[in-house]
Every structure is written in structure tokens, then in C-alpha cells.
Design a protein around this ligand. Structure first.
Ligand SMILES: *Cc1c(COP(=O)(O)O)cnc(C)c1O
Length: 564
């Protein structure tokens, strides 16, 4: 099985989470879905890669929501043996001075177009490990800081040793977030000169060679997304991979900052949208931060009715999504509207099956779904309930929401509770549905089945955001704060609408601006000028989806990042 993947040099793609498919719960949110879309596009485009991640066998979690809106979490275990083959190699890493054996699984990601990419799922659940170490690859983003450091040893050091043991020849190592930065440290150890070859005082490490092999994508400006470990812990848990003097130079004098380690050992560094690259340059002065704006995988994020439409009118769109720019002139208004109503009906059916609530196809519907956390402000739409009700006095409004809060993000959980209180307060005037268990399937149903996709992050925290791109593939325009990809994607009144201006820190007037736009622009257009509305749906397809897709993203990584 592995033979067909090791005959040509590949790019190793490291990520703590990868959304391989809906049934495999090894992802928590945007980063994992992006990693999955990266590999799906690489498979379609036949770019030779190999992905490395943890098996996360306990799954992220299954979300239940009580009557009061309280989230509870259950494990969502999965069995790699059902979909993947055991690897023949086992490698060792050192954790707290003892040996931890790392084995794993080969999952073959298959493109709907026939391409494949190998994915290595690292697994320490081996008989030769202690009971505690056997759990190291179970919980995605679970446990304490020490557990996280151990996981990052398995991912970075274990992962690169595993690739070597399996016989992969690697052109580049692509680190996504600092989680896997220990791999660069492992390469530094691997590419060092013996003492007898050194002049007095000369460093044994071939930093230049490692930098040429490594590239690094930072995915968030949110502080908590950048791991830092105290050196006391690093000494105990990791030990000396390279000497501590060198480590402190590369990773920070006070704490081991994984982002700094990755920045210093990568020749190419990028952010995931233009605005995010600018923000990252301010966060990390002295580094050259490029930009490769994110995208979503065309086939995966297009609902069946729109797939059919594009297949018929824009044959080849799955390989060359640029063809979607022709949607404006090549697809009739009726065909776009019919496909939309079909997608909306799929969402309505799902909502009825899962909650018993009967949504109405003719009723204007706002969608909002993403990780439930404070900076994404899921409550902004409800910050003035009277205004919201006033807007809907003549025509009714439906709102469908979904999203998981990280088990330890209490503020995020309270936001879900708050949404449930708003639901009560709104009574019958506005129908609000919260769908529990946000996953890839729900994401597609929602992004395709609403009339407007709403996005209200606190600037400049949303590095890119991708769910609005999924909406665009389905002709659903976005109403969004100008942050992340929307700074590039928004053409006012053509691809959707902006909330506020693009000053990176102006957030105060967003609620007022959002209500104004809903009342004065969106509402009249939807209810009184259907053909102008459909023109905007087509604008989202032809101007956003044709560009903000992972094929364009991967062609850029292939020609600009993976070229050393
Ligand atoms: C696309 C997606 C996300 C990311 O959405 P954002 O808009 O970037 O926050 C998170 N979770 C799931 C399940 C998704 O499909």
C-alpha cells in the first residue's frame, strides 16, 4: 500500500487536526477543515504530499445541548482499523526520559476525481507503552499543558522519525501552527556536524539547511493559539534535543514559544489572508510574512443541487474553479434560484428531523455557524432584540445557528446558553434554531441552505474564516465584518455586504451597522427585487467562489512555497 507513495519526493504536511471526512472526528474546527481541504485539493491536482497528524482516537467530542442551552460533551471514539491500515514501522521518542513508542495508521485520502494522498495517523496506544503514554494520541486539544507538550513531541519528532522510517523522501516540511515545530528541532539535530568537524565556537547545527526544508503557516492572531512552555517543563519532558543555549536563541529566552521556533527555522512563512499577514507582521516584527489566502475545496463544499448546475453549465469546474466566474452570464436566474430552494429544503428537512422545528422555505433565513467562542461574537445579532424584532415586523425571519465550544472555554459555553435565552425572549417573532453537533455535514447544509451567511468576529481576530467561502460556492452571499478573507472578498452589494469599515480595530458600531444594512439594504432587496437578489447570489459564485478555493491556494503553495 505504501509503495505507491514513496517512489517520488513529497511535501510533508503537519497539522494537529485534519478533517479527513465527516465520519472521522479528528478535527475541532477551521484548522482541521482547512487541512482536509488542502489534501483534497492536492489529491485532485496530483501534488505529491504526505500528511502527518495524531490519530485522536477519543474523537473531539459529541455535543449535546440541554433545555437551558448548556453544552455537555461525550467522547466520540473512532476506530482507525476500520478505515486505515496499520503501519509497519514503530519509532521511539523520549518523553520525561523514558522511551515512548509511536506507531500509527496509513489512511488513504481519495479524491472524487481519482487522486490519492497518504495520511499518517500517529498512535501511541501500543502494548509496549505505559498506560499513561498509551493515551497521548487520544484527546485532541485535551489535557493540561504537559499533555500538550507530550503530544507535540509525538507529532513533531515522532512524525518526522516515522516518515523517515517508512522511507518517504521529503522535499519540504510544512508546519501548520506551532504545534508541530518540534519537527524542525528534530531536523536540526539530524543535520548537525560532529564536534571534530567544527572550528572552536562554531555551531554544530546546519540551520540554513533546516530553514530551506521548512515552511510555516500561522493560522491565528489569537494569543491562546500560540503554545508556550516553561523551560522547567521542557527540561523534564522533552530533554535536550539540541543544546538549551541554541533552543533559547530559537524559541525565546523566557519560555519555549512554539511559534517563534517555527518562525526561526522556516525560510518561508505565511499568514492565511492579506489582513492576517499584515497583523502577523506586527505580532512578529523582523520576519518576512508572506500571504496565501485560504480557500475551500470546490466539490466538498458545493451542495448536490449546485454541483448538478455547475456540471451542466460549467463543465470542468471541479478541477478549474476559475470557470465559476462565468456563472454570471452562463446560468439563468431561474436555475440558480431553483438550486438554492432545493438546498434550502435540504436544510429544512434536516432541521425538522433533528429538532422538530418546521422552517418555512419562503422565509428569509440567516445562517451563523462556527466555533462558539467570544471573539466570534455569536450574540451580536441579538444585542438589540427590539431592533431585530422591528426589522421583521412586516416579514418574518428565521435564524439557524450551530457550533461547538471547546470543553474548557466557559465563555463560549455561556454564549450558547445566552443564545437559548434569546430564543425564548424572541418568542414567535423570530424563529431561532440551534443545531447541536456542528460537523462537516451540518456545515454544508447550513452554508448552502440559508439566504445570507452572517459573520461577526472582533477585528482583527479572524485570521481568515472559511465558512463564508462555503456559502459562496452555493450562491449564498455573506454579511460580514471586514476581517479575514472578507477584506479581500467583499465587493459591496456585488458579492455580499460589509459590516463596519476595514479599520483593523473599529468594532464598536458593528451592531448598529449590521441592523442598518439588514433593514435598509438586504431586507428590501430580498423581498422586493428578486432579480437583483439573484444577481448578488451569482456575484458570490462568480467573484468569490472562483477565487477563494483551495485549488487556487494549493497552486500557490506549489509554485511559491514548496519550491526550495
Ligand atoms: C468550515 C468549518 C469551520 C470553520 O468556519 P469559520 O467560518 O472559519 O469559523 C469550523 N467547523 C466546521 C465543522 C467547518 O466545516
Amino acid at each position: 500500500m505504501l509503495d505507491k507513495f514513496i517512489h517520488e519526493p513529497r511535501v510533508a504536511y503537519f497539522s494537529m487536526e485534519i478533517a479527513l471526512k465527516n465520519e472521522i472526528p479528528t478535527y475541532a474546527g477551521g484548522l482541521g477543515v482547512l487541512a482536509g481541504d488542502t489534501l483534497r485539493s492536492a489529491a485532485d491536482l496530483e501534488l505529491p504530499m504526505v500528511a502527518v497528524t495524531l490519530a485522536s482516537t477519543a474523537g473531539y467530542f459529541r455535543q449535546s445541548i440541554g433545555e437551558d442551552g448548556r453544552q455537555t460533551e461525550q467522547p466520540e471514539p473512532w476506530e482507525p482499523a476500520r478505515v486505515a491500515e496499520p503501519l509497519e514501522a514503530v519509532v521511539a521518542v523520549t518523553v520525561e526520559g523514558r522511551r515512548v513508542w509511536v506507531g500509527g495508521w496509513l489512511y488513504v485520502l481519495k479524491s472524487h476525481m481519482g487522486g490519492t494522498q497518504p495520511v499518517i495517523l500517529l498512535d501511541t496506544d501500543l502494548a509496549q507503552n505505559t498506560a499513561e503514554d498509551r493515551q497521548l494520541t487520544q484527546y485532541l486539544y485535551g489535557g493540561d499543558q504537559c499533555y500538550r507538550l507530550k503530544q507535540e513531541i509525538v507529532l513533531g519528532i515522532g512524525g518526522s522519525r516515522m516518515l523517515q522510517a517508512l522511507g518517504f523522501e521529503l522535499r519540504q516540511y510544512h508546519m501548520n501552527e506551532g504545534h508541530s515545530a518540534l519537527l524542525a528541532l528534530e531536523l536540526l539535530r539530524r543535520y548537525s556536524y560532529p564536534p571534530e568537524d567544527l572550528r572552536p565556537g562554531e555551531s554544530p547545527y546546519d540551520i540554513r539547511r533546516v530553514r530551506e526544508l521548512c515552511c510555516f503557516t500561522t493560522h491565528t492572531p489569537v494569543e491562546a493559539g500560540h503554545d508556550k512552555f516553561p523551560y522547567e517543563m521542557v527540561k523534564d519532558v522533552l530533554g535536550e534535543v539540541v543544546d538549551f543555549g541554541t533552543l533559547r536563541q530559537l524559541a525565546g529566552a523566557q519560555t519555549l514559544n512554539m511559534t517563534h521556533l517555527a518562525l526561526n527555522l522556516s525560510e518561508y512563512v505565511n499568514g492565511v489572508a492579506q489582513r492576517h499577514a499584515e497583523v502577523s507582521r506586527q505580532l512578529f516584527p523582523g520576519y518576512r510574512v508572506h500571504n496565501v489566502t485560504n480557500g475551500v475545496h470546490p466539490f466538498t463544499w458545493t451542495s448536490p443541487p449546485f454541483r448538478k448546475l455547475y456540471d451542466h453549465h460549467l463543465s470542468g469546474w471541479c478541477h478549474e474553479p476559475e470557470l465559476l466566474m462565468r456563472a454570471e452570464c452562463c446560468i439563468s436566474d431561474e436555475a440558480v434560484w431553483d438550486a438554492h430552494i432545493e438546498a434550502k429544503q435540504l436544510l429544512i428537512n434536516e432541521v425538522r428531523n433533528r429538532t422538530g422545528v418546521a422552517l418555512v422555505p419562503e422565509c428569509f433565513t440567516i445562517g451563523f455557524a462556527r466555533r462558539m467562542t467570544a471573539y466570534k461574537r455569536p450574540d451580536l445579532l441579538f444585542s438589540d432584540l427590539e431592533r431585530l424584532k422591528a426589522i421583521t415586523r412586516e416579514e418574518p425571519l428565521q435564524i439557524v445557528m450551530a457550533g461547538k465550544a471547546h470543553p474548557r472555554d466557559e465563555a463560549g459555553k455561556q454564549l450558547i446558553e445566552l443564545l437559548h435565552r434569546h430564543k425564548q425572549a424572541l418568542g414567535g417573532a423570530v424563529k431561532l434554531v440551534f443545531l447541536p453537533g456542528y460537523d462537516m455535514n451540518t456545515a454544508l447544509l447550513l452554508a448552502a441552505g440559508c439566504d445570507v451567511w452572517l459573520n461577526t468576529p472582533l477585528r482583527p481576530m479572524e485570521a481568515s474564516g472559511t465558512s463564508g467561502m462555503k456559502a459562496a460556492f452555493n450562491g449564498v452571499p455573506q454579511l460580514s465584518v471586514l476581517d479575514g478573507w472578507w477584506v479581500e472578498g467583499c465587493v459591496e452589494g456585488v458579492t455580499g455586504w460589509a459590516i463596519g469599515d476595514d479599520t483593523p480595530t473599529a468594532n464598536g458600531n458593528d451592531a448598529r451597522d449590521m441592523y442598518d444594512k439588514l433593514r435598509d439594504v438586504i431586507w428590501p432587496l430580498y423581498h422586493r427585487d428578486r432579480s437583483a437578489w439573484i444577481a448578488i447570489m451569482k456575484g458570490a459564485i462568480s467573484k468569490s467562489a472562483s477565487y477563494f478555493n483551495s485549488h487556487r491556494m494549493m497552486r500557490r503553495y506549489a509554485t511559491e512555497t514548496y519550491t526550495r
